[in-house]
Design a protein. Structure first.
Length: 663
């Protein structure tokens, strides 16, 4: 034990946020505040001071933010993150003898006691501080120390001792010789805003042609951009755009054998035309792809690419790097399987190969290749089937150079595995939202995602459907079910996505009873979508996405709270900005077949509303406005008309001229 440790009497523990004792970083986006709390205490009755130290990873010097005491030895401080990349933060606390002296001096004065000796003690504190200070402050502290010893009447000396100027100066030059520093430097990864608030649309580019049966190209995709942008999406996600293998190519509806003209699965990557750094010839060239990226940006869309680290039997890697695959005793490569399912058209990579370094470096080169083409968002296919250490290394390597990159983890697997991937660096994560359909499931699951410690590192992306997921709820609920799931995803989550045009056209035919696979799945054939179908949800989606954009309360997750309502088929929840300038209250009918009604229990105190004053709720879906008062208010929802209300809560304001309006 050092001399420093022996005389450090302050304890710092219970720090939040902190993930696994600092092993993993927390996540924030540009402009957000990192609010840190900790238990800070000491023996006896000494006064304490504490600061939150923080700095950009590359910075040499720490900045400080004063921490404020809360009840029960809890302290809080915060700082704002203003640059992409990594920040470090930790805590420092110490016995503040001047603060304790000033506190006790005030008590003695109030008790009418003689404080002449106390003033001399205070002078010593000021004189010591003057030695730590410099320039004008040092001279001022020395002068005040002299005044406390013999600077006129006791009343004037007391007034100086408790003055704001002395307190402020002493706070700038504390005695930290025996300060306790928290033993961990904690990390926060700062991403751009789209990492938290984004609206995704998935589309197969090969199905974008206007002529029936023709393979679409990037040029054809351009015609879809205005359609997707007009619905309010800002991320366009494309499944793999690479050459598709021919060996063991899958046929329609995942048939083990393909017929002439079957395009195969885009996830069976690679043949003679190239592998992960190539474009499928029928889509176009690399120049065509770069051109498409620019056209997408002009429509306010950022293109996300699928990152699928697997190969078809025809991939060049199989010939040039056979050591990157697992070979069976019969001399063939082990294909992917999830018994009894077999995927003979896909070869997984062998991450336990002795040549693992070369494999890792090549996969990093694949990511950087597409980054160099202009891609900044990747949806990562099945990351839970690759080693954790690989992902931690890869993401850190890429973001070290390109901190704006976003990685979405497509891992529908066990909760601890999903959480681990998020800790390792994935920016966003798919969730179980698609299968959470009743009130209890939604309430419990979304509360866990937004109110538990998981929220510090796990950013949920709520998807209504995917090419692999057509839930029973969508299969049997008709058009109202699609509207309900869209409304829930878009308002419960700051980031959400749909697989279209299947979703907006309410495609709900399953391959067979009990299956979540689409009949005539687009994964195995080129589709011809009739975008102008009367059943299309295009206008409804556009309205919901506009509501999302215009209401900052929906840009975040942490304010999500559920409100009681006396009907298990109705769910009510709210989000609000920190200053309560924007409050959104949502009520959704979870039953797509029947009308339901109930009494909403609004938590007025949470919104700063008086139980004795009326307030307006403006339904942003229908445009209707209602005057409510008190906590209990009636709602009724017919799913055939609209499955929910998205209320903007407005407070009543009265002017000096006694004119009322709702803000």
């Amino acid at each position: 034990m050092t001399e420093q440790d022996a005389r450090a009497r302050t304890v710092i523990e219970g720090v939040v946020p902190e993930v696994d004792c600092g092993r993993f970083p927390i996540k924030r986006t540009l402009g957000e505040r990192v609010v840190v709390e900790a238990d800070i205490f000491t023996d006896g009755h000494e006064a304490l001071s504490a600061v939150l130290l923080h700095r950009k990873e590359e910075a040499a010097e720490w900045s400080e933010a004063a921490m404020e005491p809360l009840p029960n030895d809890r302290w809080r401080g915060s700082f704002e993150v203003q640059q992409l990349g990594q920040y470090r933060y930790t805590l420092l606390a110490w016995l503040d003898r001047f603060k304790a002296w000033r506190r006790d001096l005030t008590k003695r004065i109030e008790a009418g006691q003689d404080v002449s000796i106390d003033l001399m003690v205070g002078a010593e504190f000021l004189l010591a501080a003057s030695q730590r200070a410099s320039g004008h402050d040092g001279k001022a502290l020395e002068k005040w120390a002299t005044s406390l010893r013999s600077g006129g009447s006791q009343a004037s000396r007391v007034a100086l001792a408790v003055s704001e100027q002395v307190q402020t100066a002493m706070a700038r030059y504390p005695d930290r010789r025996f300060a306790t520093r928290y033993p961990h430097d904690l990390i926060v990864v700062v991403d751009r805003t789209k990492a938290l608030f984004s609206t995704w649309y998935e589309m197969f580019p090969r199905s974008s042609a206007t002529e029936h049966g023709r393979h679409g190209s990037f040029k054809d995709c351009e015609a879809r951009l205005s359609y997707i942008s007009a619905m309010g999406f800002d991320v366009l996600y494309l499944p793999p755009i690479h050459p598709i293998g021919k060996t063991h190519r899958k046929g329609k509806n995942n048939a083990p054998h393909s017929a002439a003209g079957d395009p195969g699965s885009p996830w069976a990557i690679g043949w003679d035309a190239g592998g992960h750094k190539a474009v499928h010839p029928e889509l176009g060239t690399l120049d065509d792809f770069r051109w498409f990226l620019e056209r997408a940006r002009e429509h306010g869309l950022e293109v996300a690419l699928d990152l699928a680290f697997q190969c078809s039997p025809d991939h060049p890697y199989v010939q040039t790097h056979p050591e990157w695959f697992r070979w069976r005793p019969d001399g063939t490569v082990q294909y992917a399987e999830n018994p009894p399912k077999k995927y003979e058209d896909i070869y997984p990579m062998e991450f336990e190969t002795d040549r693992w370094r070369e494999l890792w470096e090549e996969l990093r080169a694949v990511v950087l290749f597409w980054v160099e083409q202009g891609v900044r968002i990747f949806r990562v296919d099945n990351p839970h089937t690759k080693p954790y250490r690989f992902w931690e290394w890869l993401i850190a390597e890429v973001k070290k150079v390109y901190p704006e990159i976003i990685f979405l983890a497509e891992a529908f697997t066990r909760p601890k595995v999903m959480n681990q991937l998020a800790k390792l660096g994935f920016t966003q994560s798919y969730t179980y939202f698609a299968w959470r359909t009743n009130k209890w499931e939604l309430t419990e699951y979304l509360t866990q995602l937004t109110q538990s410690p998981v929220r510090e590192y796990f950013r949920p992306s709520l998807w209504t459907n995917t090419p692999d997921i057509l839930t029973e709820y969508l299969q049997h609920g008709g058009r109202p079910a699609f509207m309900t799931r869209l409304l829930l995803a878009a308002t419960l989550g700051a980031s959400y996505g749909i697989y279209g045009p299947a979703f907006e056209l309410c495609e709900r035919r399953a391959r067979e009873p009990g299956s979540e696979e689409y009949l005539d799945s687009e994964k195995y054939e080129i589709k011809q979508w009739e975008l102008s179908k009367p059943e299309s949800l295009r206008e409804f989606i556009s309205l919901v996405n506009r509501i999302r954009r215009e209401n900052p309360a929906l840009h975040h997750n942490w304010s999500l709270g559920f409100h009681a309502i006396e009907n298990d088929q109705l769910i009510c929840y709210s989000k609000h900005t920190e200053d309560l300038a924007n409050i959104i209250l949502v009520v959704v009918n979870l039953d797509p077949h029947h009308v339901h009604s109930g009494w909403v229990q609004v938590r007025l105190e949470e919104f700063g509303l008086s139980p004795h004053e009326p307030y307006q709720v403006h339904d942003l879906l229908s445009g209707a406005r209602y005057l409510w008062q008190g906590s209990r208010n009636y709602v009724e929802l017919n799913p055939s008309v609209t499955p929910g209300h998205v209320f903007k809560v407005r407070r009543r304001v009265r002017t000096e001229q006694d004119f009322e309006y709702y803000l």
